[in-house]
Write a protein that binds this ligand. Structure first.
Ligand code: DGY
Length: 326
């Protein structure tokens, strides 16, 4: 019997590739770079399944290039790169990789919190440049993180994991989410606030919401104007949640003290002026980038593909309403 066909838009770790190779005929984009639009359109044709990345824009045109697609499995927890409504309309299941990257992403948000507030990257550059001439009472003064107020925007799995870590730093925790979660919040002593109040009270604001119409440019000029001049903004969610041009202005004009970013509005491009700022720590979208987590994400993405191809409900389907079987 011939094996089902799966198109993988870019190499992912072996944990997932092995599962696919065992049971499927795999077409892998041979280039270790983001697939072009043309490659995606050609690659999806004649396949039973597609395993794609957050850097692939999967819209109706791609779906219509192959009316027999049985699943679009995203290798990410966020799936704003996929037009889920279009997939649902066409009865195509879409899956993501939730859960396995929660702690890893929370760890990186904390890396950015510490690195910005304690000026770790500036300190590293300074030391390597041979500028360190001995201990100095005024050298690279940052701000304390412990006992400060942390404002968490988006109190889902990752936001809560960030809160858990904050309890070890004796922080006051505020959270904003479209849902109030009094029981979960009580575990961390977290207090619910409307966004404007959170922005005014927090010393460190960390973003963990999905990107959708209501969160696009959630943080812009008006919001920077509300934050404390000593506040830090951390973003490990999705770039367009922040108006990046407004952020650059806020950092240039010292409206806030600094920012720690892992994601950008127009990745991989940076807003003009951002790279020149010392009060920004900039990482290349690596929040989930550990061997363990990327391996687990690969396994989950492959398991979703195999489930759909074998007529089982994909374990982490995001549009379950399309699933008619068991
Ligand atoms: C995700 O899974 O959405 C992350 O951004 C990947 O690093």
């Amino acid at each position: 019997m011939s094996k089902p066909k799966v198109y993988v838009t870019r190499l992912i770790p072996d944990d997932g590739m092995k599962l696919l190779y065992e049971k499927c005929e795999v077409t892998l984009n041979p280039h270790d770079r983001v697939a072009t639009r043309e490659e995606l359109l050609a690659g999806v044709k004649g396949q039973d399944a597609m395993l794609c990345l957050l850097t692939d824009k999967i819209d109706a045109e791609i779906m219509d290039a192959n009316p027999n697609l049985k699943i679009i499995a995203n290798y990410a927890v966020g799936y704003n790169n996929i037009d889920v409504a279009a997939a649902t309309q066409r009865g195509i299941p879409v899956s993501n990789t939730p859960g396995v990257l929660t702690d890893t992403t929370a760890d990186l948000a904390w890396t950015l919190i510490m690195a910005t507030a304690r000026r770790a990257v500036e300190g590293d550059k300074f030391t390597r440049a041979g500028k360190f001439k001995g201990w100095g009472p005024m050298l690279l003064l940052g701000q304390d993180v412990h006992h400060k107020t942390l404002g968490i925007v988006g109190f889902g799995r990752i936001g809560q994991a960030v809160a858990k870590r904050a309890t070890g730093f004796d922080m006051k925790i505020l959270y904003y989410d479209k849902f109030k979660m009094p029981e979960v919040a009580a575990k961390f002593g977290a207090e619910y606030c409307e966004l404007d109040e959170l922005l005014q009270r927090a010393d460190i604001i960390t973003l963990h919401c999905d990107l959708n119409e209501s969160t696009f440019h959630l943080i812009g000029e008006r919001e920077f104007g509300m934050m404390k001049k000593t506040a830090y903004l951390i973003n490990t969610s999705r770039g367009p949640v922040v108006d990046e041009k407004a952020l650059v202005k806020a950092l240039q004009n010292n409206m806030i003290a600094g920012a720690g970013l892992d994601v950008y509005e127009d990745e991989p491009a940076l807003a003009p002026g951002l790279a020149e700022l010392d009060n920004a720590v900039l990482l290349p979208h690596i929040a989930s980038a550990t061997r363990e987590t990327r391996g687990a994400m690969a396994r989950i993405a492959a398991e979703n593909v195999l489930a759909a191809l074998e007529g089982r409900k994909p374990p982490t389907i995001v549009n379950p309403e399309v699933w008619k079987g068991n």
